[in-house]
Design a protein around this ligand. Structure first.
Ligand SMILES: Nc1ncnc2c1ncn2[C@@H]1O[C@H](COP(=O)(O)OP(=O)(O)O)[C@@H](O)[C@H]1O
Ligand SMILES: [Mg+2]
Length: 397
C-alpha cells in the first residue's frame, strides 16, 4: 500500500489549495508531502527537477487553460500520474479527453473529500506504474523482435546461399557428365574429318571447305570442354605459402603495364602489412585478370578501376573472419538486380563480343577462389559501378 507520496498541487486559488492540504492532513493512513504551484510554468520547472510522485492540477490557471494545461504538464512529465480537478461541467469533457491522452484520473472539486482524494492518488500512482512497466516491457520486446527479425534474415540468406551453392554443385556435376560424354563423339568427328581431309585430296573446293569447317568447329568445341573440365574436375589445386602483399604488388604492376585502354584509369592500393596466403599464384592471377577484364568491359566510355589488397573483415566474406581481401571496384554500367543470381553460372554472359569462353569468367574465378577456401562476393549498383571482393583465409602461423 502506498503510504508516502510527494504530491504537486497546481492551483491558483489559495482557498482551494488550503482546503486540499487540510484534507490530506486529516488522512492518517498516508503521508502526503505537498508542493503547491500557481502557474503551469512554475509547475513545469519543478517537474524538470524530478522527485514528484503525482500531480493534481486545476485546468484554469493564470498562464494556461483547458486541455492546454494538461498537455503542457504531460509533455514535461509523461511518466508521472496526473489527476485533473474539474470545476464546471464543461471542464469534465476536457478531463475525459485528457484521460484519453494520458491523464490517470479526474476529480470534481465539489466531490473532493479526504477519502476520494487519497483513493484517486493511490490508484493513479498504481496505474501509472503499470503503464510505465508495460511501456518498458514493450520497448524491450521491440528490441528483441528486431533482433529476432535480423537473425531470421541472416538465416534466410545463409539458407539461400546454401541452396544456391548446392544447386550450382549439382549443375557442375551434371555438366561434367555431359562434357565427358560429348568429348568422345567430338574426338570421332575430329579424327574422321582429318581422315576425310587426306582421302579427299582431289575433292572440289566446296567439299574441302566444308570438311575444314567441320574440323575447326569440332576442335573449338573440344577446347571449350577442355577448359571447362580443367576447372571443374581439379578443385584441389596445388598451393603454397605466398606473401599476399608481394603477390598483389606484382599483379597490379603487370596489370598496369597491360595498358588496357587509354580512357581507363587504373588505381592500385596494396597494404604494406605482412600477410600470408596459401594459394596458387597463377590461378589467383587469372581470377583477378578475369574480374579486371569484366570491369574494363563494363566501361565502354572509360572510367576508373581500383584494385585494393588488404587484411580486413567483411560480414559477407568467410563469416566475417579476418581475411586477405582483394577488391576490384569499377565505375562501369553496373549489374541489374535480376542478373545478380546468375553471375556465377557457367555460360551466363551479356557480352556482345563473340569470343571463346564467353560467360565462363566468373564461373571459373569462383571455382579458383573456393578451391583455396576463399570466397567471392559482388556488390553492384546500376549506373554507378561494381565492387568485386575476393577474401582468402590468411595462413595459419
Ligand atoms: N564489373 C562488371 N560490371 C558489369 N557487369 C559485369 C561485371 N562483371 C561481370 N559482369 C556481368 O557478368 C557477366 C558474366 O561475366 P563473366 O562470367 O566474366 O563472363 P563474360 O565476361 O564472358 O561475359 C558479364 O557478361 C556481365 O554481364
Ligand atoms: Mg569475363
Amino acid at each position: 500500500m502506498i503510504d508516502k507520496v510527494r504530491l504537486m498541487h497546481v492551483e491558483d486559488s489559495p482557498i482551494i489549495a488550503e482546503l486540499i492540504r487540510g484534507m490530506f492532513a486529516s488522512e492518517k493512513s498516508i503521508s502526503v508531502n505537498i508542493e503547491h504551484f500557481v502557474t503551469v510554468r512554475e509547475a513545469m520547472d519543478r517537474l524538470a527537477k524530478g522527485n514528484i510522485d503525482v500531480v493534481l492540477t486545476d485546468l484554469q490557471l493564470p498562464d494556461s487553460d483547458g486541455l492546454n494545461t494538461f498537455n503542457r504538464i504531460y509533455a514535461e512529465a509523461p511518466d508521472i500520474p496526473i489527476i485533473i480537478m474539474t470545476g464546471t461541467y464543461e471542464e469534465e469533457g476536457i478531463a475525459l479527453t485528457a484521460i484519453k491522452n494520458g491523464a490517470q484520473d479526474y476529480l470534481r472539486k465539489s466531490e473532493a473529500n479526504p477519502d476520494t482524494l487519497v483513493r484517486s492518488v493511490r490508484y493513479a500512482i498504481e496505474r501509472q506504474y503499470t503503464k510505465n512497466e508495460l511501456r518498458r516491457v514493450s520497448a524491450e520486446l521491440s528490441v528483441l523482435y528486431k533482433e529476432l527479425k535480423d537473425a531470421y534474415a541472416d538465416l534466410k540468406t545463409t539458407q539461400e546461399r546454401l541452396v544456391q551453392s548446392e544447386k550450382l554443385a549439382g549443375l557442375v556435376r551434371f555438366s561434367e557428365g555431359i562434357a565427358h560424354e560429348i568429348r568422345n563423339p567430338l574426338g570421332i568427328i575430329i579424327g574422321g574429318s582429318e581422315i576425310l581431309e587426306k582421302k579427299l585430296d582431289k575433292a572440289d573446293k566446296e567439299t574441302k571447305e566444308s570438311i575444314e569447317m567441320i574440323k575447326r568447329a569440332a576442335v573449338r568445341a573440344s577446347e571449350i570442354l577442355k577448359t571447362f573440365l580443367v576447372y571443374t574436375v581439379s578443385r584441389n589445386k596445388a598451393s603454397e605459402r605466398i606473401n599476399f602483399g608481394e603477390m598483389m604488388e606484382e599483379m597490379c604492376s603487370s596489370i598496369k603495364k597491360s595498358k588496357i585502354a587509354p580512357n581507363i584509369k587504373i588505381v592500385t592500393d596494396v597494404a604494406k602489412e605482412d600477410m600470408c596466403v596459401n594459394v596458387g599464384i597463377d590461378q589467383i592471377h587469372e581470377a583477378v585478370v578475369s574480374i579486371f577484364n569484366n570491369s574494363a568491359e563494363a566501361m565502354p566510355n572509360g572510367g576508373t578501376i581500383t584494385i585494393k589488397a588488404y587484411k580486413g573483415s567483411d560480414s559477407k566474406i568467410l563469416s566475417g573472419r579476418s581475411a586477405c581481401i582483394i577488391e576490384i571496384d569499377d565505375t562501369g554500367v553496373g549489374i541489374p538486380k535480376e542478373n545478380m543470381p546468375k553471375m556465377f553460372e557457367p555460360f551466363f554472359t551479356t557480352s556482345q563480343r563473340k569470343r571463346e569462353g564467353a560467360g565462363r569468367g566468373l564461373f571459373v574465378t569462383k571455382n579458383i577462389v573456393e578451391s583455396f577456401d576463399g570466397q567471392i562476393v559482388i556488390d553492384s549498383t546500376v549506373g554507378r559501378g561494381t565492387i568485386v571482393k575476393i577474401g582468402l583465409p590468411p595462413c595459419s602461423k
